[in-house]
Ligand binder design. Sequence first.
Ligand SMILES: Cc1cc2nc3c(=O)[nH]c(=O)nc-3n(C[C@H](O)[C@H](O)[C@H](O)COP(=O)(O)O)c2cc1C
Length: 174
Amino acid sequence: MITIISGTNRKNSISKQVALQYQEILAERGVESTLVDLEKLPVDFISSALYENQGTNIDFNPIRDHMKEAQKFVFIVPEYNGSFPGILKTFLDALEFPGTLKGKKCALVGLSSGIQGGVMAMSHLTDIFNYLGMHVLALKPKLIRINGKMENSKIADDSYLKRLKDQADAIIEF
Ligand SMILES: Cc1cc2nc3c(=O)[nH]c(=O)nc-3n(C[C@H](O)[C@H](O)[C@H](O)COP(=O)(O)O)c2cc1C
């Protein structure tokens, strides 16, 4: 069982489309997955799920508990302002510390409309995950100029798909 996190709450994001396609790739390999979609965070998440309110938001708690129980993750990471989205950091800040991610394993997929493919975003996130004690798969696809590679809400480029499939095989074995 793998938990896929769509790393932005932007509506109609490409990250969400890639997350759904990644689920299909895992299903083709007989691996079950669940999707944590940051677009579905409760509207009052920032005001009532952080700091002194940790663990008290009844709409966020099932997501928080799911993250505690899950052992393996794939983070779909869009590049926002040369890094990963602030909402993803806020989401991480709302998880139980230190137990949620310590000793677990994850893979990262970077995507951008520009030419970096989230390379710095994934580097920043790798530092944070390693700080939290989570092992990050070294194979990190950088999907540059992603907007031009999408058709009907799916990646239509064979080389991009191959990179995702190679990574899926690797995270299953990781
Ligand atoms: C707030 C914000 C900041 C962004 N910053 C960058 C950036 O620094 N570099 C880049 O190539 N694309 C940037 N983009 C474009 C995203 O990479 C692009 O929207 C891509 O589709 C992935 O994001 P999405 O999952 O929100 O669709 C930015 C988009 C937003 C909404």
